[in-house]
Design a protein. Structure first.
Length: 257
């Protein structure tokens, strides 16, 4: 029985198919839709800068049905992360140690996460402003939920979901698997960065560039430190500030978006 349970490591052919399936079920799927969405905006008639890209919007006028939809969307968006954890475990790779998503270094992870959020966030705001002025982005609406009691908690959960999904799959998993395939570091970083930028294309060309740069920084950090947790912290902070801040600040402060 023991011999039957001992499986050989995945072949290169199997790893390629695995990567393709994981991405098509998750952020590769989002990238395809983002490209189609951008094409639709560019051919709609009005300039890109006159159109909107809404990130978190209500799905029903019925308050608690809307809440149900929001929570289900967050839950099912994280299923590909469970798949990645299973696939790594199947290959006898401890996902927590391989991806650095354990809680062994809370202070260090938090410190690096805050530093990365500051390093990415401030230049990112300038890029969003420049892209808006040049007409390279749609008008970004980070949050458009109803004014209900659960809006802020759901936006925080959505920020956490985005961070876990993107950093585990686009950085931790993809970089790990491409290294197993023997890819050069430059190609690995480029693949991770381009994928990150591509599923933000529905927001416009500026969003692609900004997120691709973020992808370069985050993938290089993971290659050096071997930990996804600081990236999750940084990404969560960035999205919480964007989602919750957009909801709470006065409308007149947001005209630059």
């Amino acid at each position: 029985m023991t011999a039957a349970l001992d499986r050989p490591p995945a072949t290169r052919y199997q790893l390629r198919w695995e990567i393709a399936i994981v991405l098509l079920l998750s952020l590769g799927h989002s990238a395809v839709y983002a490209v189609v969405s951008l094409a639709a905006k560019l051919t709609a008639g009005p300039p890109l800068s006159a159109q909107a890209a809404v990130l978190n919007q209500s799905r029903s006028p019925r308050i608690y049905l809307d809440l149900t939809y929001q929570l289900l969307g967050i839950f099912f968006a994280l299923v590909p992360v469970l798949l990645v954890v299973y696939l790594l475990s199947r290959d006898r790779l401890d996902p927590a140690r391989t991806l650095g998503i354990d809680f062994r270094r809370p202070a260090g992870d938090a410190g690096w996460g805050i530093a990365l959020a500051a390093a990415i966030g401030l230049p990112g705001l300038l890029l969003v402003y420049a892209a808006a002025r040049l007409g390279l982005n749609a008008q970004i609406v980070p949050a458009a939920l109803q004014a209900v009691w659960w809006a802020i908690p759901v936006l925080i959960l959505a920020a956490l979901q985005n961070a876990i999904l993107e950093e585990v799959i686009v950085v931790g998993y993809l970089v790990t698997r491409l290294r197993e395939l023997g890819w050069r570091i430059g190609y690995i970083v480029a693949a991770s960065a381009v994928l990150r930028g591509s599923y933000h294309l529905y927001q416009g060309f500026g969003a692609f560039v900004g997120n691709a740069v973020m992808g370069v920084v985050f993938s290089l950090f993971f290659l050096r430190k071997g930990r996804v947790m600081p990236l999750i912290v940084a990404h969560t902070l960035l999205d919480v500030v964007a989602f919750v801040g957009y909801t709470l600040v006065p409308d007149r402060w947001l005209t630059w978006l």
